[in-house]
Design a protein around this ligand. Structure first.
Ligand SMILES: [Zn+2]
Length: 485
């Protein structure tokens, strides 16, 4: 497997080259200087962050025949070379994940008191120590209580919560950090240059962001995705299913401009291109998080509510992607909710003046200029502009009752509405309400109209056991619709 080859090649050979774990380097070098190296270290942290590499560095450091100034390894003596090549008999590496360590720990107990064969000290590295059986932990604990002076232990784990407290308390603990994107990019660029790989910055950045702080995975991907000494963003994107920063910025821009259609187009394009939408949302949220932190850092708080609302909306949508029969639907809904949800809040303001303002505001945030042009008055235009007519009616009961009707026909300056109930028709035709409604028409269509009401005839089958009056009463009370046979 070539990715392992490249990772092995660039495994740190000195504390100076231990990437992203400065706190470990400083403390260990200091301990070496003062001859206070702990006999038991516990390294915990996410996979691929350099725990085993650091453990091997310590194994070399306590044994190196010619340490350099500042206790850095010489890298040249027999011990350093043999350790690097995995040949040093006094370095014993146990992988607790493979068989849960029962035989190894038994063996360890038997041989622990034997002096080292070649080096000054014996070093035990136990990888994934949390996987040890209870018996193995107990045996290890006994050994850790009184380690022979020629022995060092370095325990590594990705799951510290599974390591018994009795073990933890006997070790000096180091928490290995996820390696930040910038540090990771520097390291990948260094390797690419050294290997004569022509790597696009975007490709290096995409890999660095993808691996969640694990350098080993990043180097593995660099190796795996390089074709003929070239690492292109296109290839990284295709293999990892990640998206272009331009797409992410484009989606953000559509959303803040309340362009729901634009946002939906982007989401569908991603889906068609086979992009993993769950991962895309993660990247989008990561982008928003970066924006939020940047704004806080600069003290620019104006855009924060909008960014936070986007994070909330899309975070919620991300939970639904895996469950949805149509994977893009939760994202489309998030886009619509974000673009139109706020408008709905503005539209419910009661005062007639703010009604008008809200309509204009809507036009502005949608990116359309406010148009004062009046619309030709026909039935189809009326149906298209129905919501605008309703929102221009200032008397709430008139608006509600007209909303219950159906525009039936337009003839000249007369507009006829069909009502299911007398109740709503009378509300609409009451003098004040009617005047208010006609004014709304004038605002939208620039035309004086006359509102006419028409009550829908309710016909019942003759077989009906209910009397017609009763049925129409019911319709009147419940505002329903009678279905004719
Ligand atoms: Zn050496």
């Amino acid at each position: 497997m070539p990715e392992i080859a490249l990772y092995r090649k660039y495994r740190p050979d000195s504390f100076t080259n231990l990437v992203g774990q400065d706190h470990v380097r400083t403390t260990v070098l200091n301990a070496l200087k003062e001859d206070h190296v702990s006999h038991a270290y516990l390294f915990c942290g996410p996979r691929g962050t350099g725990k085993t590499s650091a453990a091997r560095l310590i194994a070399k450091a306590v044994n190196c025949a010619n340490p350099k100034e500042g206790n850095e390894l010489c890298g040249e003596c027999d011990i350093c070379v043999d350790t690097a090549e995995g040949r040093l008999i006094d370095l014993i590496e146990i992988d607790a994940a493979s068989n849960r360590g029962i035989d190894e720990i038994r063996d360890l107990k038997e041989k622990i008191n034997f002096a080292p064969t070649r080096a000054k000290h014996k070093v035990y590295i136990i990888d994934e120590v949390h996987m040890l059986t209870k018996e193995a932990f107990n045996a290890l604990l006994k050994t850790l209580e009184e380690p022979p002076s020629h022995t060092f232990f370095i325990l590594c784990t990705t799951e510290i919560h599974k390591v018994p407290e009795t073990i933890i308390s006997r070790c000096q603990r180091f928490d290995f950090k996820r390696i930040d994107v910038k540090t990771m990019m520097t390291r990948l660029n260094f390797i690419a240059q050294n290997e004569g790989i022509e790597a696009e910055d975007k490709a290096i950045e995409a890999i660095s962001r993808h691996v969640d702080g694990g350098l080993r995975d990043a180097i593995g991907l660099l190796d795996q995705l390089t074709i003929d000494k070239k690492l292109t963003f296109e290839n990284v994107q295709a293999v990892l299913g990640i998206s272009d920063i331009g797409t992410i910025e484009g989606l953000y821009s559509s959303l803040v401009n309340k362009d729901a259609q634009g946002a939906i187009n982007t989401i569908n394009k991603l889906h068609t291109e086979g992009i993993d939408l769950a991962q895309f949302v993660r990247e989008f949220l990561d982008y928003l998080r970066g924006l939020m932190l940047g704004k806080i850092d600069k003290g620019e708080v104006d855009e924060l509510p909008s960014i936070i609302s986007l994070i909330d909306t899309f975070q919620e949508a991300s939970y639904g992607i895996k469950l949805s029969a149509i994977p893009q639907l939760p994202l489309e809904m998030a886009a619509v909710r974000f673009c139109h949800g706020e408008l709905k809040v503005i539209e419910t303001e009661p005062a007639p003046v703010s009604k008008k303002e809200s309509r204009e505001h809507k036009a502005i945030v949608k990116g359309n200029p406010v148009s004062d042009e009046k619309i030709p008055f026909t039935i189809s235009r009326l149906k298209e502009n129905w919501p605008r007519v309703l929102e221009n009616i200032s008397i709430p009961s008139a608006r509600r009752s007209l909303g219950e009707s159906k525009p039936l026909q337009v003839e000249g300056n007369e507009v006829t509405f069909e009502f299911m109930t007398k109740f709503h028709m009378e509300k609409v035709l009451a003098q004040d309400a009617r005047a208010d409604i006609e004014k709304a028409f004038e605002k939208v269509f620039g035309k004086q109209v006359k509102v006419i009401g028409h009550l829908k005839k309710v016909e019942l089958t003759s077989e009906s056991s209910e009397g017609p009056d009763l049925a129409s009463d019911a319709v009147e009370i419940f505002g329903g619709e009678l279905i004719e046979d």
